[in-house]
Design a protein around this ligand. Structure first.
Ligand code: CA
Length: 363
C-alpha cells in the first residue's frame, strides 16, 4: 500500500478512536429509543389574546397558585415568591434565593408550598421559609418540580429526575430513561416516602375533587398518569391521557373537575430522528455544543383542558410563540386562565367565561 494512503488511513483511525474514547468517557447518558406520539392537535392562536400581568417584573414564572388569602402567587428565576394584590400591584413577598424555584401550591394553613429543584420541598409563610424535605429514603430529592397538598395534610410531590438536575433536563430527555419519582411527605412524622418510581420525568401533580386519585404528568412520555389513592384500585397506576402533542408540564384541577395541562414543545424533525438512534444520542450527549443545537427550536405554546374521563375538551395555543412561549402551567380561577412560562417575564391572563371569549370546544 502506498505510504500516503497508509498515513491518511492511520489519521482517520486515530480520529475515530479518539472520538470513541471521548464519547465513552464523557457521555453522561444511557440512551434508549423513545416512542413519540403520533397525534397532532390543531394549532390555534387563542393564547395571543392574553393580558400580560407584571410584565418585566416576573422572570420566568413557571407556576402560579391562588393562596388561602385569594392572592395569586408565583415563584420567579431571581429567587422571589411574588404575589398579586387586588389593586393590581405585585409584591416581592419572600426571598428564597437561587434560580431553581418551580411549582407553587397553597397550604391549608395559609402558607405557600414551593418546590425548589435544588433544595427540595419548602413551605413559605409570614414566619419565613422552612425546608420540609430534601431527602427520601436515604436519597436526595434531586429535582423537586411540583406539589399538591391533600386535605389530610399529606403533600404529594414530583422528583422530576433522580439523575439529572434542572440545568440538565435536556440530557434526561435524550436519555429517555425513567429517572423520575412521585413522592409523598407526611407532616405528622416529617417523613418522605417514594410512591411511584420509573417515571420518565415526573412533573405536574394534581388531585381529583374527591381526592380518590391524583394525576401526575410524565413529560418525556407525552402522557399523564392516574394514581389511585382510594377504592379498589388503591395503590395502582394507569394511563389518564397519552399521545399528547407536547410534553405535559404542570397540571391544575379546574373548578368543574376537569384539568388544565400545559404542553411544552419537545418535537422537531431532528429530535424525532435522534430518538430512534440511541448510539447517536450517546454521541450528541458527549458534546455540550451538540446538546444545545439539538434542543427543540419550537417557540409555540399550547395548553389543553382534559375532562375527568381523560378526553381533550379544549385546546389553546400560540402557534409561533410571539406572545406566549414555552407555557409551563395553566391555572383556572374565577373565569380566567393564568399562564406561567419559563420564557416570559409576565404571567398571561385570559378570560374563559363562556360567551365572553372566542374559545371554542373541540367536541
Ligand atoms: Ca413543572
Amino acid at each position: 500500500m502506498p505510504r500516503p494512503i497508509i498515513l491518511i488511513a492511520s489519521s482517520v483511525l486515530a480520529t475515530v478512536l479518539s472520538l470513541a474514547l471521548h464519547v465513552f468517557l464523557h457521555s453522561p447518558i444511557s440512551p434508549r429509543p423513545l416512542s413519540l406520539p403520533s397525534s397532532r392537535f390543531s394549532v390555534n392562536n387563542l393564547l395571543k389574546q392574553v393580558e400580560k400581568l407584571g410584565e418585566g417584573n416576573l422572570l420566568g414564572p413557571e407556576d402560579t397558585c391562588v393562596g388561602k388569602d385569594g392572592k395569586l402567587y408565583t415563584a420567579t428565576r431571581d429567587g422571589w415568591i411574588k404575589r398579586l394584590h387586588s389593586n393590581g400591584s405585585w409584591e416581592n413577598w419572600k426571598m428564597i434565593g437561587g434560580s431553581s424555584l418551580l411549582g407553587v401550591t397553597p397550604s391549608l394553613n395559609g402558607d405557600i408550598i414551593v418546590c425548589d429543584a435544588d433544595k427540595g420541598l419548602l413551605k413559605v409563610g409570614d414566619g419565613g421559609v422552612t425546608i420540609l424535605a430534601s431527602e427520601v429514603e436515604g436519597t436526595k430529592i434531586f429535582f423537586a418540580d411540583d406539589a399538591i397538598e391533600a386535605s389530610d395534610g399529606i403533600i404529594y410531590l414530583s422528583d422530576a429526575s433522580s439523575k439529572f438536575g434542572l440545568d440538565e433536563w435536556f440530557l434526561d430527555f435524550l436519555e429517555a430513561g425513567s429517572n423520575g419519582r412521585l413522592l409523598k411527605y407526611d407532616p405528622s412524622n416529617g417523613k418522605t416516602s417514594i410512591v411511584v418510581t420509573n417515571i420518565s420525568f415526573a412533573n405536574g401533580v394534581a388531585l381529583s375533587p374527591d381526592e380518590d386519585y391524583l394525576i401526575f404528568c410524565e413529560t418525556f412520555r407525552f402522557r399523564c398518569m392516574k394514581y389511585w389513592l382510594q377504592g379498589e384500585k388503591k395503590g395502582t397506576t394507569e394511563v389518564f391521557i397519552d399521545n399528547l402533542a407536547g410534553g405535559p408540564d404542570n397540571i391544575n384541577l379546574a373548578p368543574d373537575g376537569s384539568f388544565w395541562i400545559a404542553l411544552i414543545g419537545l418535537r422537531s424533525w431532528w429530535l424525532d430522528l435522534l430518538h430512534q438512534l440511541p448510539m447517536a444520542k450517546l454521541v450528541v450527549a458527549a458534546f455540550p455544543t451538540a446538546v444545545d443545537l439539538s434542543k427543540p427550536m419550537r417557540k409555540g405554546a399550547m395548553v389543553v383542558n382534559v375532562g375527568a374521563d381523560g378526553k381533550v375538551r379544549r385546546e389553546l395555543g400560540d402557534s409561533d410563540g410571539r406572545v406566549m412561549a414555552f407555557v409551563t402551567s395553566a391555572l383556572e380561577h374565577e373565569g380566567h386562565l393564568y399562564l406561567g412560562s419559563l420564557q416570559t417575564d409576565f404571567i398571561g391572563k385570559l378570560s374563559i367565561k363562556e360567551g365572553k371569549s372566542s374559545i371554542t370546544y373541540n367536541d
